[in-house]
Structures are given as structure tokens and as C-alpha cells.
Design a protein around this ligand. Structure first.
Ligand code: GDD
Ligand code: MG
Length: 365
């Protein structure tokens, strides 16, 4: 039996306010919650049992999957207080059904990747590894775990989130997907918080255990920041990234109940949610428009997320913005790029404009 653990207990702080009420893996990307894309990928790879390692808003995972009736068993390992990534893996391990030598997949809950899971499992078994780490190369490795390897793919070190330029010894990073020999996973201490990246992996390497890398150049993105999140969703819609739940690539994914004016332009892999209303000449590019959102005429929404039940007034411009739920932006606002608006905010019409020359001063002098 192939089993997997999904690490889904983080607070998703970099995605606030979207994660104020919804854990990161339950946010909608390309029309489904992200965790459903991951589950579909696991099932495609032959996984029969998955353990969700939950903590933040844990009960919402059970609600999301209460009617799940596919051929996949789901168990929940709930942490009262977060145990860290290593502690979460060990805690979730109590629910595994396999034997000591079996291979267990462990996945971070926010990685969109084209990795062939069967291939990494095969490599792990061939090498009789203790742990196999999926690795990828990125332009800026500083926000990740650095993992140099030797010519035989043996991991030489694990350096989580380097702080100085000298610490950046490679552009090869931990891609957030591991295969553990079950007995190795059971060695992680059970009675305290443990970081798999700062403690478990460096410890296994120092002890000379069989830790290998599996480096690929498939599509790979951590969806943990707002811009990465919108791009990940758009890439699923356009087909650049693959998911069994997003089978037909296109310019946009518009829910059947959304009402879109024929002169609106929806491009770049944007998603329009149920009951959303998009006005004339609105321009929506590489964005996620949630359930019940209204985008008025000639509004521009680029690389942004507008969460459910919010609105953007006529002619307003959003770039790389995150708009929380139930937030209303009046007409003719130009929001500074990368602005985040909390849930329930109101921006009056003409309340914000970046270009001071755009409107005459209306005050009496
Ligand atoms: N259950 C549980 N408990 N899950 C947790 C906990 C915890 O205490 N802490 C974090 N997680 C989960 C998060 O929900 C997420 O799915 C995953 O562990 C990784 O946490 P992130 O907060 O997303 O970490 P990161 O992106 O900064 O870094 C990690 O991923 C990089 C790849 O994107 C590290 O594993 C890096 O080494 C790696 O390069
Ligand atoms: Mg992450």
C-alpha cells in the first residue's frame, strides 16, 4: 500500500487576508481547492491512504472532505499546537498502516509541481534510501532550503533559509516533497516541536544515513506568496502546470453561473468564480475573482486575487493586489501595486489615485 502525509498545518501568514478564515491548502486555485489538486495527483500516482497533518483551522479539512467517496482513505492527525514540520510528520506517522520498511511520501501543502511521484518512489526504492528529497533549481534560492549533492545524488548538507550570501552554496533547493523509509520517520522525537528542515535532515546527513536527492526541472512553484499563488492558478488554467482536475487548457476558467459582459477581456489563465458579475470593457488578467464578486465596467484587475463577495468599482485599477472578502472598492480608484485590503474594508469612490495629475484638485482654495 502506498501512503502519503500532507503537511497542511501552517497559518499561511504571507497569504493574509485570504488565509484569515481559510487554510492555505483550501484556497481555490483554477476552480478547486489546492488540496484537491494535490489529492488528485496522489491518486493518479497510486496512493491509497493519505494522512492530513493539520493544526490551523483543522476542522475545515474534515468539512471539505466529509463526503469524499473516492478510492482513497483519508486520516486526520490534528496538532493542538503546531509541532513544526518534523513533529507533524512524526505525529501523522501514527496513522500509517504500512510496515517499517515501506516508503512514505511526504508533501508540503503548498507546492504545485509537475513531479512524477512514481519516479521519485522508484528512485527511492532502487537506492534503498532512508530518505529521498525532491530537489529543483531556482534563480533566487534564499527563501528555501539549500541542498547540495554529490555526483551520486547523495545529499551533502541541508541549509534551511540561508541568511548571508556566503551561505548560498547552490541554487539547488528542497522542493517540499520527500520519501521516507517509515522506520526513519518513526525516529523523529514525538514529545516536542521539531523542524524537519533545521533538525531532522541535517541530523540524518551528519549521521551518514542514506539521504539522496532527486533533481528535476519540471514545473515547480511554492504558492505561499500572493504573486506565486495567482501565477500558480493561472498556470493551471493555461496548461503550463498540470493537474488531473484541470484537464482542458484555456485563457480563462469562467464558472457556469458567472455573468460576463461580452466586451470584458479575461485573459492569462484568470478564474471567475460562481455568481461573479463582470462588467463591460473590464480587463482581468492572470487573476482570481472569487464567488459573488462584482467587477464593474472598465475596471482593471491584473495578477490579483479578489476574494468572495467583494466588488471593484467602475474604472478602478488593481495590480498584484489581494482583496479580502466582503471588501468594496468604489469607482475610479487606482490602488498601489501589491496592496492588501483586509476583509470587510470600504474604499470610497475616487479615494485612492497613484497618479496625482490624473484628476484636477476639487478643493476650494
Ligand atoms: N501540520 C503542520 N504543523 N504543518 C506545518 C507546520 C506545523 O507546525 N509548519 C508548517 N507546516 C506546513 C505548511 O502548511 C506547509 O504546507 C509546509 O509545512 C511548509 O511550510 P511553509 O511555511 O510553506 O514553508 P516554506 O515555504 O517557507 O519552506 C518550506 O518549503 C520550501 C519549498 O517551497 C521548506 O520545506 C523549505 O526547505 C523548502 O525549500
Ligand atoms: Mg511554502
Amino acid at each position: 500500500m502506498t501512503e502519503a502525509i500532507l503537511l497542511v498545518g501552517g497559518q499561511g501568514t504571507r497569504l493574509r487576508p485570504l488565509t484569515n478564515h481559510t487554510p492555505k491548502p483550501l484556497l481555490q486555485v483554477a476552480g478547486s481547492s489546492f488540496i484537491r489538486h494535490q489529492i488528485a495527483k496522489l491518486m493518479e500516482a497510486g496512493v491509497e491512504h493519505v494522512v492530513f497533518a493539520t493544526s490551523y483551522l483543522a476542522q475545515l479539512f474534515e468539512e471539505e472532505f466529509k463526503d469524499f467517496s473516492h478510492e482513497l482513505a483519508i486520516s486526520y492527525a490534528v496538532e493542538e499546537a503546531p509541532l513544526g514540520t518534523g513533529g507533524a510528520i512524526r505525529n501523522a506517522g501514527r496513522h500509517l498502516r504500512g510496515s517499517a520498511d515501506d516508503a512514505v511520501l511526504v508533501l508540503n501543502g503548498d507546492i504545485l509541481s509537475g513531479l512524477d511521484l512514481r519516479a521519485v518512489l522508484d528512485r527511492h526504492r532502487e537506492r534503498q534510501a532512508d530518505v529521498t528529497l525532491h530537489l529543483t533549481r531556482v534563480d533566487d534560492p534564499s527563501a528555501f532550503g539549500l541542498v547540495p549533492t554529490d555526483g551520486d545524488d547523495r545529499v551533502l548538507a541541508f541549509l534551511e533559509k540561508p541568511r548571508t550570501a556566503e551561505e548560498i552554496v547552490t541554487d539547488q533547493i528542497n522542493a517540499g516533497c520527500y520519501v521516507f523509509r517509515r522506520s526513519v520517520l518513526d525516529e523523529i522525537p514525538a514529545d516536542r516541536e521539531v523542524s524537519v528542515e533545521r533538525e531532522t535532515f541535517p541530523g540524518l546527513v551528519a549521521d551518514g544515513r542514506r539521504v539522496f536527492g532527486h533533481t528535476t526541472d519540471d514545473y515547480w512553484r511554492d504558492l505561499g506568496t500572493p504573486l506565486a499563488f495567482v501565477h500558480g492558478s493561472a498556470d493551471l488554467v493555461t496548461g503550463l502546470a498540470r493537474s488531473p482536475l484541470a484537464p482542458r487548457p484555456g485563457e480563462a476558467l469562467v464558472h457556469a453561473t458567472a455573468v460576463v459582459d461580452p466586451t470584458a477581456r479575461i485573459t492569462g489563465g484568470s478564474t471567475i468564480g460562481p455568481h461573479a458579475v463582470i462588467g463591460a470593457r473590464a480587463e482581468i488578467h492572470r487573476s482570481i475573482v472569487g464567488r459573488g464578486v462584482e467587477i464593474a465596467e472598465a475596471a482593471v484587475v491584473h495578477e490579483s486575487v479578489v476574494d468572495h463577495d467583494s466588488s471593484v468599482g467602475a474604472g478602478s485599477v488593481l495590480r498584484e493586489a489581494v482583496v479580502g472578502c466582503h471588501t468594496h472598492i468604489g469607482a475610479h480608484n487606482e490602488l498601489p501595486a501589491q496592496l492588501r485590503l483586509s476583509c470587510g474594508m470600504r474604499v470610497p469612490a475616487g479615494g485612492l489615485r497613484l497618479n496625482a495629475t490624473a484628476a484636477a484638485c476639487s478643493a476650494v482654495h
